[in-house]
Design a protein around this ligand. Structure first.
Ligand code: GAL
Length: 414
């Protein structure tokens, strides 16, 4: 009898132990409390593609600080594709030893020592778009490595994912990040294929809404089996998505091309529109050699304040007339941002009678009625107060450029 009881106890406790080992419940929800305003930082892809190494990343981090970008709010230094070396015999990923000889932990420590945060890139498929090892089947190990290295942000791409369903694949990496235990921003990069705005807010903090951006104002760049889009083309693809954006969950129209070859007014228009639509601001240029004009665009505090506004409301297109678009964005405290965007290749004479217009943000039940309320106008690019909405606006708007104001109720204390 005694032996029988002992045997029973052993069987019972092993079953219990076995069950305990398997009762971990996956958490498929992103880390809350991150990216409450659109994330700001830098990413290597647009300028450097696969040509990344630790020297470059350190120099970019240095330039982020010395240029004043960090002070303006840019935080993340994100290494995109091609940092990878091989997996070891246990399946753990290592950086390319030639390009990152000090290892990722040391590089992340360096970035952190500058008061910046570190981002990395992987892919839900078997290989990244650049042909490096993807995370498929290694999600939990990869997340463990990123956590160990001190990574703060993961961009997760969608090449070579045959047979996978996007929502499930992104939930898997989220669960892996949760298990690894280090809060990270998750940037979903499946190009808007499977309507990530519908399931993304639970799983990640931002999701690409389109394929890749290209550094031209309004062109399409053919790459054979796929194409990249100029900034206006990308802007057009954001239609119908504003309802999905808000603090902690953003539509991502792709990284910035400011300073990568467009003329200065096009760069300004690109940046202004990304701010109006509450887009993540991930610079994609060489911060070490950027021109004064590029830096001024990227660090204009008054324009950035429109992007970073706490309400996190994505702006709306109000009207389109003769190639001039008018956009409004409600801001905290009853302020509004307004941008006139000239998409034509010639200058336009614009007039806007504030009192005759009725601006309504249906989604948020907010309206701007300049007939009953007068607003003070500040040109946020020239940083000048320029009168009130009592007077009709008349201005000359150069080709591919913007006119952008912040409107504040007259008499309100700011
Ligand atoms: C694309 C992605 C780009 C870049 C590239 C790297 O899929 O949209 O932003 O990450 O892969 O290979």
């Amino acid at each position: 009898m005694k032996i029988f009881i002992i045997a029973l106890t052993i069987v019972f406790s092993s079953v219990q132990a076995f069950c305990q080992g398997n009762n971990y419940i996956q958490n498929y929800k992103k880390y809350d409390g991150l990216a409450l305003t659109p994330p700001m930082g830098w990413n290597s892809w647009n300028k450097f593609a696969c040509d990344v190494d630790e020297k470059l990343i350190k120099e970019i981090a240095d330039a982020m600080v010395s240029s004043g970008m960090k002070a303006a709010g840019y935080t993340y230094i994100n290494i995109d594709d091609c940092w990878h070396g091989d997996r070891d015999s246990l399946g753990f990923i290592h950086p390319d030893p030639k390009r990152f000889p000090s290892g990722m932990k040391a590089l992340t420590d360096y970035i952190h020592s500058k008061g910046l945060k570190m981002g990395i890139y992987s892919d839900a498929g078997s290989q990244t778009c650049g042909g490096r090892p993807g995370s498929r089947g290694y999600e939990f190990q990869d997340a463990q490595c990123y956590a160990k290295w001190g990574i703060d942000y993961l961009k997760y791409d969608w090449c070579n994912t045959e047979g996978l369903k996007a929502e499930g694949a992104y939930k898997t990496i989220t669960a892996a990040l949760r298990k690894a235990g280090r809060p990270m921003v998750l940037s979903i990069c499946e190009w808007g294929n499977d309507k990530p705005w519908e399931w993304g807010p639970q799983v990640g903090h931002l999701w690409r809404t389109t394929g890749d951006i290209y550094n031209c104002f309004d062109c399409i760049k053919e790459h054979g089996t796929w194409h990249a889009n100029g900034v206006m083309k990308i802007l057009d693809m954001q239609k119908g998505l504003r309802q999905y954006a808000g603090p902690g969950h953003w539509n991502d129209p792709d990284m910035l091309e400011v300073g990568n070859g467009m003329v200065v007014n096009e760069d300004r228009a690109h940046f202004a529109m990304w701010c109006m639509i509450a887009a993540p601001l991930i610079a994609g240029n060489d911060l070490r050699t950027m021109s004064k004009e590029t830096l001024e665009i990227l660090t204009n505090k008054e324009v950035l304040a429109i992007n970073q506004d706490e309400l996190g409301i994505q702006g709306l297109q109000y009207s389109v007339k003769d190639s001039v678009e008018t956009w409004f964005k409600p801001l905290k405290g009853g302020d509004w941002a307004v941008t006139f965007l000239n998409r034509s290749t010639s200058a336009k004479q614009i007039t806007f009678d504030w009192k005759a217009e009725q601006v309504l943000d249906d989604l948020n039940k907010l309206s701007l009625n300049a007939a009953s309320t007068t607003y003070n106008m500040r040109n946020v690019w020239t940083k000048k107060d320029v009168g009130t909405t009592k007077k009709e606006l008349k201005a000359n708007l150069p080709a591919h450029d913007v006119l952008m104001f912040r409107l504040t109720k007259a008499g309100s204390k700011k």
